[in-house]
Structures are given as structure tokens and as C-alpha cells.
Design a protein around this ligand. Structure first.
Ligand code: SF4
Length: 358
């Protein structure tokens, strides 16, 4: 493997320079504090523009048109530091900064592309398979990705879990619970532990998983205390969500290391995004970098038909071509499964090289 993470010194210098320039009152301790990061999220166009300085005309137009936004704006100072390290219109910036095209709903797109409302077994509990459910623990995220499937609920008030837990207790056929959102790691340790403990107390729930983008957008959240707490609820798996090699920083690697040391296996799910990661070189750097951090690249998702995401959606043919090019150039561990979630909630179908689905 040839991919190297940027050196810790280089990234630390770059990060400190950004902090001093964009958040002059903040100390290094503030920067390392996940609650400070969440409190200082940029939520307005002005805040993003101020932090980033030079913008492309596309970025400026997207930020200037909040009525076209398909979901709220929210970026941690940490993520802004990654965006600031890229040139205007860089790959992470395309994924995280609003675009005026978000306001255009193309033919065949849906506000609820996976039919989650129709598959709701209880408030915040989605059942698309007989044996497993998705528990939407919160609608908040540390950062809002512009391609999100669940833009319709992003940033809205969460509904509480009492009814979802009551339903689960009476559903012995459910063996697998994926706790997602929003991002469950935006919750505090006590709140998250309360949920995990309640789930662990249900005897038929054998497999617990957490879906989170936190190691990519707010790695400071993965404190030693959080890792110790999570360790108690093993077997616990995590689905991470790294999108581009620019997210593979030493802080992200350290966060993954703490989770791995706590005995939590880490898998990654990536969405194939036009102009962001839909080329074999980027995908190779991302997936080899993940392996070096101890994270298994698991799924590459063909972008679903979420309303206002046509400009970010790549093609199945391109995804297959990328995987074909990767095979033979890297270890098989670095090659994810290429998947598509059927519209309306019909489950996932594999699109791997040579299979139907174009
Ligand atoms: S972190 Fe996940 S749930 Fe949150 S905005 Fe990004 S894709 Fe959507």
C-alpha cells in the first residue's frame, strides 16, 4: 500500500493556524473539546464565509440562497478546518457546502427515498427487513452532509425512544438493531448509555450497531470515557462514514484507534459522489487509508434518489468501473461491496462488477 496519512505535525500546524485565524479567542483545549466544537458550529452562510475566506462562485451562490437548501447548514470548526485546507470547490467542500441545485427536484427523486415513513414500526423505528430495525436516536448531526438520505428530518426535534423500546421488547423476531439518526454520537455519554443499556436488556436483541460520522467530522467526541462506556455494551459494531481521503487525519485515526482499543470493530460506508470520490485514485486512497486506520471499507453506496441530490449522484457504471480498476491494484480488504438501496425501502441490492443494475 502506498497511501500515507499527512504527518501529525503538518496537520497540527495547519489546524492551529486555522484556529487562530477563524476563532481567535479559542484555546487548544477548546479546540479539543467536542462540546465546544458543537457549540461553535457554523450554522449560517455568513459564519461559513467568514471561516473559509475565499469562496468559489458556486459556493457563494449556494450559501447566499438558504431557501434552496434541502437541509440545515451545520459545520464544526474542525470540519471547517478541513474545508479551509482545500481549494474552493474542493471535494469535501462540494459534499458539505450548500449548492443552489439542492433546490431542484429531479424526476424520480423523493423526499423519503427509502420509504422510511411507510416502514415505521414505531416512532423513530424503521423496519425494512424481518429481523432488523433502524432506530433513529436523534435527528442532530455534528455536520450536515448535503447528500443526506434523511434530509427531511435533519435537525428537527427527536421523538424520544420510549415507544420504540416498548415495540422492540414485544418483537422477538428482531435480533439486530442499528442505532443511527442523525448521529447518535452527538448525544452525551449518559444519554447514549441509557439507550444502549435499554437495548442490551432486551434478550432477543443479539447484535447492536451504531451508525456514525463522528470520527470524520468531530473526532474529538471519541473521548477515552466514551470508549470505556461503549466497551461495556459489546458485542457492538460501528458503521463509520468516511467519504474522502481528506477526512483521514491524525485526529480521525486516533478516534478510530480508541474505538478499536475498546474492542469495537469498525466498518465504513461511503456514498459514491460525483466529482467528490467517483474516481479510482480517490477511492483507492480512501480505502487504503481506512485499512491503515483499522477500518474495513464495507459498502460503497450508489447515491439514492433523495430529492435535490442529482448534482451529487454519480452513476452505477462509474462505480463499477472504479471497483474493477481497484481489483488487482490493492488488497481485497480495501475493495468495498457496491450497493444500492431500492427506492421505497425494498432493501439493498448488490451492484458489484459484473452484476445487474445499470
Ligand atoms: S452524518 Fe449521516 S445522517 Fe447526518 S447529515 Fe451526514 S449523512 Fe445525514
Amino acid at each position: 500500500m502506498s497511501f500515507l496519512l499527512p504527518s501529525s505535525e503538518t496537520v497540527a500546524r495547519r489546524e492551529a493556524a486555522f484556529r487562530r485565524q477563524a476563532y481567535p479567542g479559542a484555546t487548544a483545549e477548546d479546540w479539543g473539546d467536542w462540546r465546544w466544537q458543537l457549540r461553535h458550529r457554523a450554522r449560517t452562510a455568513e459564519a461559513v464565509a467568514k471561516a473559509l475566506g475565499k469562496l468559489s462562485s458556486r459556493e457563494a451562490a449556494g450559501l447566499a440562497n438558504p431557501r434552496a437548501w434541502r437541509m440545515p447548514l451545520g459545520l464544526t470548526p474542525y470540519m471547517l478546518s478541513l474545508l479551509a485546507a482545500e481549494a474552493p470547490d474542493g471535494p469535501l467542500r462540494r459534499a458539505m457546502i450548500p449548492d443552489v441545485r439542492e433546490g431542484r427536484v429531479s424526476r424520480g427523486e423523493f423526499r423519503d427515498p427509502l420509504g422510511e415513513v411507510a416502514h415505521q414500526a414505531a416512532p423513530g423505528l424503521i423496519r425494512s427487513y424481518p429481523h432488523k430495525v433502524l432506530l433513529l436516536a436523534t435527528s442532530d448531526c455534528a455536520c450536515f452532509c448535503r447528500y443526506c438520505t434523511r434530509a427531511r428530518t435533519a435537525g428537527r426535534a427527536a421523538c424520544g425512544w420510549a415507544k420504540a423500546l416498548a415495540w422492540l421488547r414485544k418483537a422477538p423476531e428482531i435480533r439486530d438493531v442499528l442505532v443511527s439518526g442523525g448521529d447518535p454520537l452527538t448525544m452525551g455519554d449518559a444519554q447514549l448509555e441509557h439507550l444502549l443499556k435499554s437495548l442490551r436488556e432486551i434478550p432477543h436483541v443479539e447484535l447492536l450497531r451504531i451508525g456514525t460520522k463522528i470520527p470524520a467530522v468531530l473526532p474529538q467526541r471519541v473521548t477515552p470515557a466514551l470508549a470505556r462506556m461503549l466497551r461495556k455494551y459489546r458485542p457492538l459494531w460501528m458503521s463509520l462514514h468516511f467519504t474522502h481521503p481528506d477526512e483521514l487525519t491524525p485526529r480521525a485515526a486516533a478516534a478510530c484507534g480508541r474505538l478499536l482499543d475498546a474492542g469495537i470493530p469498525l466498518m465504513n460506508q461511503t456514498v459514491l459522489l460525483r466529482g467528490i470520490n467517483d474516481d479510482s485514485g480517490t477511492m483507492l486512497r480512501l480505502n487504503e487509508g481506512l485499512l491503515k486506520m483499522g477500518v474495513k471499507p464495507y459498502y460503497l453506496h450508489q447515491g439514492d434518489l433523495a430529492a435535490g441530490t442529482a448534482h451529487l449522484r454519480s452513476t452505477v457504471a462509474r462505480g463499477r468501473d472504479i471497483l474493477r480498476r481497484m481489483c488487482g491494484r490493492t488488497t481485497g480488504y480495501a475493495v468495498p461491496l457496491f450497493m444500492f438501496d431500492r427506492p421505497g425501502g425494498g432493501g439493498k441490492v448488490p451492484l458489484g462488477p459484473g452484476q445487474a443494475g445499470d
